[in-house]
Design a protein around this ligand. Structure first.
Ligand SMILES: Cc1cc2nc3c(=O)[nH]c(=O)nc-3n(C[C@H](O)[C@H](O)[C@H](O)COP(=O)(O)OP(=O)(O)OC[C@H]3O[C@@H](n4cnc5c(N)ncnc54)[C@H](O)[C@@H]3O)c2cc1C
Length: 534
């Protein structure tokens, strides 16, 4: 469906059941849940889908090994269940991956091994592989690049990895398939109230400047680290003030080539020198190193890495890898802001100690705010939001229960025959390799029929993929294509910059009036290490 048709639906619908503000993991999950239950849904994203935190994760579908260490077993059990659901419902976007923890102290292997066996036990029927004790040679077979001096063995366990931005797109497309109006580049400018009750919102199509007044029974604020701005607007209507809900924490990732981690295994360092977790994860033909956890007070759309954060990741990686990564090895640096929920009482303290669990609040006017959590649990968070709306009478009961645990996302092979027709690799480890047609799951044949299917701009990005992004995946700008349909900006920022002119001309041939080439070139500088520092 064309963008103009989606916009027309805004005027053609007198009242939506649900209006969702924010097109990241949280908002998209809520839209999909409501749409599959038959509610009339509109979702508004001010920029592009997953432009915020939801394209900047470490790409792990995980139960949370560190929550295990904190003893938060119910959180781990729930996330492990959701891990299995996600791997089943989007096998072309989320896949199992083996992680190896090398041990250099005698007590590490038994301690971590027993902890990870508990992790397997908590997964129960959702387990995706068994924890295994490794001798030093077995560690080196899997991770030939780790330091061998003093290596005592290690532990291998299983979690998942995914492509966060492409998962967001698949959820948006699936929600639309179930009748939702999902709009990127459509910012919510204000909330509309009547007699102090929230009745809808005013949004602006950022391309045309056209403004729409939308009526909705229930409005969900799923704007991630930006939720407090929307809450403040809501409270101002009745002359009150809010207590901030979110304490943002910044996480930096560096990307290097596969010579630093050549085999299809991720490295996990459970405790760095300052007590954090460090990952080295093979992803789309590169290796992601990260991350950090730095509290900040502001919430920029494009946060920048500080020199200290970059140095921390390089130094910690060098302690475990035989070839120490240098600044000159970094192909891309990206930064995300975690929407950590502030503890109820103490608002000081380090962000490492703040819970990753989500929070759902209903304001006096009826605005439902949801934030926190993690990508892995987006589906179950959405289910809880819908239940909260039903319990509060903000959404009329229609007798339909949550359906999303069995809802295959767009691109998932639907039958065994489809699965056979799809490249077999699409259901195994394609996320480790560079992106390619296999990333499109059951839509590979659709992709192969578009003009330019054999014209490669670089490994993993064809002209047809750019056209597919415009025709089926809501891409409007060069950035949308190079950052979130293809992930080139995240895997090789220089290469993304070099290809941006070509991408812009393909977009123009697809009738995109303003592909925003200059804006992309300026923004992409932030992903080059020379462009970092706050
Ligand atoms: C460094 C880091 C690593 C992480 N790693 C993992 C991981 O490996 N696995 C995992 O499960 N989770 C991970 N997470 C957590 C996960 O990424 C987040 O929990 C999740 O992406 C939050 O999604 P969200 O939709 O709440 O926020 P966002 O993705 O930020 O979405 C909010 C959206 O609201 C939009 N918006 C704001 N104001 C308006 C408005 N007025 N009108 C319309 N739209 C508006 C924004 O543009 C934005 O797109 C990580 C997070 C970080 C920061």
């Amino acid at each position: 469906m064309q963008r103009s048709e989606l916009l027309n639906q805004l005027t053609a619908t007198p009242v939506f059941d649900l209006a969702v503000i924010g097109g990241g993991a949280t908002g998209l999950g809520v839209a999909l849940d409501a749409a599959t239950r038959g509610y009339k849904v509109a979702l508004f994203e001010a920029h592009d889908f997953a432009k915020g935190t939801s394209s900047r994760a470490t790409k792990l579908v995980h139960g949370g090994v560190r929550y295990l260490a904190q003893g938060n077993l119910s959180l781990v059990r729930e996330a492990l269940r959701e891990r299995a659901v996600l791997l089943r419902n989007a096998p072309h976007i989320a896949q199992a991956l083996a992680f190896v923890m090398p041990s250099y102290k005698w007590w590490e292997t038994p301690l971590y091994g027993i902890g990870l066996m508990l992790y397997d036990l908590l997964a129960g029927r959702s387990a995706i592989g068994s924890t295994q004790f490794l001798n030093p040679q077995q560690v080196l077979d899997r991770l030939p690049q780790v330091q061998s001096g003093g290596l005592r063995g290690g532990v291998q366990y299983w979690d998942g990895q995914f492509d966060d931005a492409r998962l967001a797109l698949a959820i948006a497309r699936t929600a639309q398939k179930y009748g939702s109006v999902v709009l990127n580049y459509c910012s919510v400018e204000s909330l509309r109230h009547k007699d102090h009750r929230l009745t809808g919102l005013r949004c602006k199509d950022m391309e045309s400047g056209r403004v729409f007044d939308v009526n909705a029974q229930c409005v969900i604020n799923a704007t991630g680290v930006w939720v407090d701005g929307v809450r403040a607007q809501d409270a101002a209507e009745s002359g009150t003030k809010i207590d901030p809900l979110v304490k943002p924490s910044q996480g930096v990732h560096l990307v290097v080539d596969r010579s630093f981690l050549s085999e299809p295994y991720a490295l996990l360092v459970p405790s760095t020198q300052d007590g954090r977790v460090l990952f080295a994860v093979p992803w789309l033909g590169r290796v992601i190193l990260g991350t950090t956890d730095t509290p900040r007070d502001d919430v920029p759309l494009e946060p920048r890495a500080s020199d200290q954060e970059v140095d921390f990741i390089l130094q910690e990686s060098a302690r475990y890898l035989t070839k120490a990564p240098q600044r000159s090895d970094v192909l891309s640096v990206w930064v995300g802001l975690r929407p950590l929920v502030r503890p109820q009482r103490s608002r000081s303290g380090k962000s490492k100690q703040i819970s990753r669990e989500h929070s759902i609040l209903i304001s006096e006017s009826g605005l439902v705010t949801v934030t926190g959590g993690k990508w892995t649990t987006y589906r179950v968070m959405a289910e809880e939001v819908l239940q909260t709306c039903l319990d509060a009478g903000l959404l009329a009961q229609n007798g339909k229960a949550c359906l999303t645990s069995d809802c295959r996302l767009v691109g998932t092979p639907e039958t065994d025959a489809d699965a056979m027709a799809t490249d077999q690799r699409a259901t195994t480890h394609t996320l480790i390799d560079a992106q390619g047609p296999h990333s499109y799951g059951s839509e590979q044949s659709l992709l192969s029929k578009l003009p330019g299917a054999d014209v490669w701009l670089c490994q993993g990005l064809s002209e047809a993929m750019v056209r597919f992004a415009v025709r089926f995946e809501y891409a409007r700008t060069v950035e949308d294509v190079l950052a979130r349909r293809s992930r080139l900006l995240f895997t090789d920022a220089q290469l993304a910059l070099r290809l941006s002119d070509q991408v812009a001309s393909i977009l123009s041939s697809e009738s995109i009036q303003e592909p925003q080439l200059a804006a992309f070139k300026a923004m992409a500088q932030h992903y080059l290490l020379s462009g970092s520092s706050q």
